[in-house]
Design a protein around this ligand. Structure first.
Ligand code: NAI
Ligand code: HPV
Length: 616
């Protein structure tokens, strides 16, 4: 059977793919590397992540073997709920795909340590236990749909696991289902159908209500809510909406007035729910809000069961405040067979079918497969739920700066002496661009990675950088210096300052008493341009030796010949001084790591007052 055509199949290409030369530069904070165990990736870093992860939750089942026929070297994707064929095909081209539907929580925990990615719909709870059980291997959770209330985002973030969803492909299906429930409820379709099939002919009992001219209040004016609004306007309804975050212009453009929650509740004949389930929306409709509604109001819910206090809804139905309700979603799915709400004669129900059209499921499957594959390849997913979404052009433009940022962080932390720990880091960005025109999230994440990875076993990526810094008590503040001139390049220089610490290389302490390093991108290559008060210029490749010496002739030669004797290749050398014949800092880039004895020999050169070897 030919796959049904769907707009998503033809047009969904939100992935961020960097140009080849920049992909080579893009560091692992942006990449979500595949694991070893036969998968390409950075074993050491991921092993470190595993070590850093909390102990796996006790699991009753033993880890199962990978799917039979698994190709070594490919990542493993566990598909835990039914996914459209086109999406599965895409996944199989790239990964070993294990379709195991209906796993118990124990079975899921047992399988997860063998999986790089997990794809679910609304029926699988991906809680903290799942991330803990994964032992650090799980890099991506794909939610084949919109609502991510079944995924513990905080736990995913803490474990550096990216969560992506498929936010667009089922919008129309959900909106159509909302309209189907609205019209079916108003005309008692389900009840009349059951009655006729039971041999009755009850024309008087099933007199309905008209929709034309009635007020429909949409709570949650996002993608689904606005599609419902368009369709309801076509039915001749007066549509209002409440959404604290929606733009009035967008509402106005489709002839919808944004109103307060109070107005929506008190004036609507029909109320349709389209907000996500969050702590703020949990039980948003409750005894108090039902009491404000017009008597005889009708409620439609294709959002999430939890946004309604279901016991309160039963009370409101019994008292006649709510004449009817049409529900696709329930607090507990499936609901108990004796649920008063489900069995209520004025309630029309469907078993969470909002997204269940052939077209939507094909679209969602393709959308999520592309997002998961992209994430496993190291691209930034546009549908990332727990990581900043950065436009492709920005990622591409900032690529050399994010490399610089990680190296500056790595360098700065290696200059810290003593065990007091780092508490306060300030990052200074000097740019001719207006602050709004410079997205520093990637750069900040990379500096965090550079600062934290050398001193811990935590694997830091874009997903968990801010969390990791906070968890370690490192406060990272940012400062912008607005430069004159044309903002052709995003940044002129970046400085990393670490306050309230001593340095192994006291010359790295600037006037403000902080360890300060500064870097620039020159011809696409990151350079160190300042250490403390000393201007240097050394490309940040390989490793680095910093020496402070009395500024006198022959110093470059002395150090160079010690390194030469040991066959350590010098890639770059630069001397920065404050005044002639006083003190100078020499920065020497080396391709190989010098032996201890070589470093000792450098330290023994009489004019050298202090020196440090730094791995980049
Ligand atoms: N029954 C089903 O099969 C389906 C259900 N859904 C549900 O519908 C929800 C909405 O989906 P989309 O429209 O795609 O998401 P969306 O993110 O485009 O829209 C959600 C809207 O809710 C608004 N909102 C957040 N808090 C609110 C509050 N306290 N009061 C009023 N509005 C609030 C947001 O500002 C946003 O505009 C999803 O979160 C999901 O739970 C979505 C697809 C299928
Ligand atoms: O996309 C959503 O939020 C949905 O509720 C659809 O859920 P499903 O994928 O059909 O389990």
């Amino acid at each position: 059977m030919a796959a049904p055509s769907h707009p998503a199949a033809a047009t969904t290409h939100h992935r961020i793919l960097l140009p080849a030369h920049h992909r080579a530069l893009v560091p692992s904070v942006l990449r979500l590397p595949l694991r070893a165990d036969g998968h390409r990736g950075r074993l050491s870093v991921l092993a470190a992540a595993a070590a850093a992860a909390p102990a796996p939750a006790a699991s009753t089942a033993a880890p199962s073997e990978p799917a039979t026929g698994a190709v070594p070297g490919k990542p493993t994707v566990l598909v835990a709920e039914k996914l459209g064929a086109a999406g599965l095909e895409l996944l199989r081209e790239f990964a070993n795909v294990d379709c195991s539907y209906g796993l118990s929580p124990e079975e899921l925990r047992a399988k997860i340590p063998l999986c790089d990615a997990l794809i679910v719909r609304s029926g699988t709870k991906v809680g903290r236990d799942v991330f803990e059980a994964s032992g650090g291997r799980l890099r991506v959770v794909g939610r084949a749909g919109v609502g991510i209330d079944n995924v513990d985002l905080a736990a995913a973030t803490e474990h550096g696991c990216l969560v992506v969803n498929a936010p667009t492909a089922n919008t129309v299906a959900a909106a159509e289902h909302g309209i189907a429930l609205l019209t079916a409820m108003a005309r008692n379709i389900a009840q009349a159908d059951a009655s006729l099939k039971a041999g009755k002919w009850q024309r008087n009992k099933y007199v309905g209500v008209s929709l034309v001219g009635k007020t429909l209040a949409i709570l949650g004016f996002g993608k689904v809510g606005s599609e419902v609004a368009r369709r309801a306007k076509g039915l001749g309804m007066h549509v209002i909406a409440h959404d604290p975050y929606a733009s009035a212009d967008r509402a106005h453009a489709i002839g919808v007035e944004l109103v307060s929650m109070e107005e929506a509740l008190t004036t609507a004949d029909f109320i349709s729910l389209h907000m996500p389930l969050t702590p703020a929306t949990n039980k948003m409709l409750n005894d108090e809000t039902f009491a404000k509604m017009k008597k005889g109001v009708r409620i439609i819910n294709v959002a999430r069961g939890g946004v309604i206090d279901e016991d309160a809804l039963v009370r409101a139905l019994d008292s006649g405040i709510v004449a009817q309700a049409a529900l696709d979603v329930f607090t507990k799915e499936p609901p108990a067979p004796d649920s008063k709400l489900v069995l209520h004669e004025n309630v029309t129900v469907t078993p969470h079918l909002g997204a269940s059209t052939v077209e939507a499921q094909e679209g969602v499957a393709i959308e999520i497969a592309e997002a998961v594959i992209g994430a496993l390849k190291g691209e930034l997913a546009a549908s990332a739920v727990n990581a900043p979404m950065v436009p492709a052009e920005v990622v591409s433009e900032l690529a050399p700066y994010v490399v610089l940022a990680e190296k500056l962080g790595r360098l700065a932390v290696q200059l810290v002496a003593g065990g007091g720990g780092i508490k306060s880091v300030k990052v200074t960005y000097a740019s001719a661009r207006a602050p709004d025109d410079l997205d520093t999230r990637l750069i900040r994440a990379m500096i965090t990675k550079g600062l934290i990875e050398p001193i811990s076993s935590v694997f830091v990526n874009l997903v968990n950088a801010d969390f990791t810094a906070k968890q370690r008590g490192v406060r990272i503040t940012e400062e912008r210096i607005l430069l004159d001139g044309s903002p052709e390049t995003p940044l002129d220089y970046i400085q990393v300052h670490i306050a309230h610490v001593e340095s192994k290389f006291p010359s790295a302490i600037s006037e403000s008493g902080e360890i300060t390093v500064e870097g620039k991108v020159k011809d696409g290559i990151p350079h160190l341009t300042k250490v403390g008060l000393f201007q240097v210029d050394v490309s940040l490749e390989g490793s680095l030796i910093l020496c402070r010496q009395v500024d006198q002739p022959g110093m470059i030669g002395s150090v160079g010949s010690v390194l030469g004797e040991e066959n350590v290749n010098v890639s770059f050398m630069s001397v920065g001084r404050i005044a002639p014949r006083k003190h100078a800092v020499m920065a020497i880039g080396v391709d190989e790591e010098p032996s201890k004895s070589t470093l000792t020999k450098i330290g023994e050169i009489p004019a050298i007052e202090e020196f440090v070897f730094l791995k980049l």
